[in-house]
Design a protein around this ligand. Structure first.
Ligand SMILES: [Zn+2]
Length: 157
């Protein structure tokens, strides 16, 4: 069953560190931070310096919005009103396909999946999609399973 978030109960206010990120989601683009000096990428965008070279000369990298589920949790107790009707829902940590670096570094992002827990497993490919909210200035990225894979793993029931 699709997981539905009640956006009327969320109020998201972009700040100077995240404004450009929210501007991008409105255009259906998924960005991560990129260091303009060494190329390292990271998420979330509100960390204002590169953890590898300490440069504060930072920019953005537009990802293709595709990755693999690195891990996930099933939320059964909502702490935000917008999610009361969504439980149980899955929050996944997603390793982005196009953010792998030569030294083995990866960029992982978190997201609420549209799939319920029966459809989710570690190792499955997924992709971003963008949902309109009640606020026309805020478009929310969500993630969905986009295919199958061998050697997946699920939490046992
Ligand atoms: Zn750097």
């Amino acid at each position: 069953m699709p997981v539905t978030i009640d956006y009327s109960k969320l109020r998201i206010i972009p700040d100077p560190d995240t404004r450009e990120w929210w501007d991008a989601t409105r255009q259906h683009k998924y960005l991560v931070r990129r260091c303009n000096r060494c190329g390292h990428k990271w998420f979330p965008p509100n960390i204002p310096a590169c953890s590898k070279c300490m440069s504060m000369e930072i920019g953005w990298f537009e990802t293709a919005g595709k990755g693999v589920i690195h891990s996930y949790v099933v939320v059964v107790q909502p702490i935000v009103g917008a999610f009361v009707g969504a439980v149980p829902y899955v929050v996944a940590v997603i390793e982005l396909d196009d953010c792998k670096e030569e030294d083995g570094s990866v960029t992982r992002v978190a997201g609420v999946l549209t799939n319920d827990e029966t459809e989710v497993a570690i190792g499955l490919p997924c992709e971003v999609l963008f949902e309109a909210t009640n606020d026309p200035k805020i478009v929310m990225p969500r993630w969905r399973v986009s295919g199958s894979a061998e050697n997946t793993w699920k939490f046992s029931e």
